[in-house]
Design a protein around this ligand. Structure first.
Ligand SMILES: Nc1nc2c(c(=O)[nH]1)N[C@H]1C(S)=C(S)[C@@H](COP(=O)(O)O)O[C@H]1N2
Ligand SMILES: [Mo]
Length: 251
């Protein structure tokens, strides 16, 4: 079946299921088509599954971009835990020794310096970052497209997810390959035409304008490409569902 008719089928299937057979059928359809988020069965259950499955049908949609005059006067920096000694040492060295490890099911695992990441083609967008707690701000983000980094290391055809880890051990998350390869998904190192401040996640941060703030993990040190999220933490795909947040935070 080609992808257009498969999509049409899924769309019809979801609409029909919602009207006639109810939500559990949607979950079954979504599962058959690989659209079940890893934390299904958790606090958000079928509602989150439906949201994720519906968004997957519009996987190429773009987050809204704004003109420069809409940039917020002050990019809000959310509260952070005090930096560890290891982080402060790296910061004192201007992050020259910061490494981004890339491993998992890739052909050429790598350990990139920030300078190497910055040597890749850069990409910017002016987008809204939205915290689940209610505040938001608009800023210009600059980085390299995650798809470019993934191209460099060679992703295995079996790959389904990219897991990303912060130097802050209790912050890690993952996205599916559609989100990882989306043109607006950045490994960001710049904010409003300057360096990305540490308060906003410097030297390297995930920037996914199609998902809520908490998926935009700061201080990234490792990317792991995988076909199985069960192997990480409690198997929910992210540290956030372990705290009761949804794995899929699409907006
Ligand atoms: N490593 C790390 N990443 C993090 C957080 C954090 O505390 N530590 N907070 C998250 C939350 S809840 C939000 S809303 C955004 C806030 O980004 P900002 O400080 O640039 O506004 O960062 C996310 N990424
Ligand atoms: Mo947040």
């Amino acid at each position: 079946m080609n992808s257009t008719s498969r999509r049409a089928l899924i769309k019809t299937g979801i609409a029909a299921a919602a009207g006639v057979v109810g939500l559990p059928a949607i979950a079954r359809i979504a599962q058959r088509h690989g659209m079940i988020p890893p934390d299904t069965g958790g606090a958000f259950g079928v509602g989150e599954t439906l949201n994720y499955a519906t968004h997957r049908l519009t996987r190429n949609s773009m987050a809204r971009e704004f003109p420069p005059d809409k940039i917020s006067a002050k990019p809000f920096a959310n509260e952070l835990a005090p930096p560890s000694a290891a982080f402060r040492r790296l910061q004192a060295g201007g992050f020259a020794d910061w490494r981004l490890a890339i491993d998992g099911i890739v052909e050429r695992p790598a350990a990139l310096s920030v300078a190497q990441v910055k040597s890749y083609p850069s990409h910017s967008h002016i987008t809204l970052i939205q915290c689940e707690e209610g505040w938001s701000y608009i800023a210009k983000w600059t980085g390299t497209q995650l798809s470019h980094v993934l191209d460099r290391v060679g992703v295995h055809p079996r790959a389904k997810y990219v897991v990303y880890f912060s130097i802050e051990k209790d912050w890690w998350d993952s996205i599916d390959l559609d989100e990882a390869l989306h043109p607006q998904t950045l490994l960001a190192y710049g904010l409003n035409d300057g360096e990305l401040p540490v308060a906003n996640g410097g030297p390297l941060r995930m920037r996914l304008p199609r998902q809520l703030g908490y998926k935009n993990v700061k201080f990234i040190t490792r990317l792991t490409v995988t076909d199985d999220l069960k192997k990480f933490g409690k198997g929910l795909g992210s540290s956030s569902p372990e705290q009761g947040y949804a794995w899929y935070a699409g907006i």
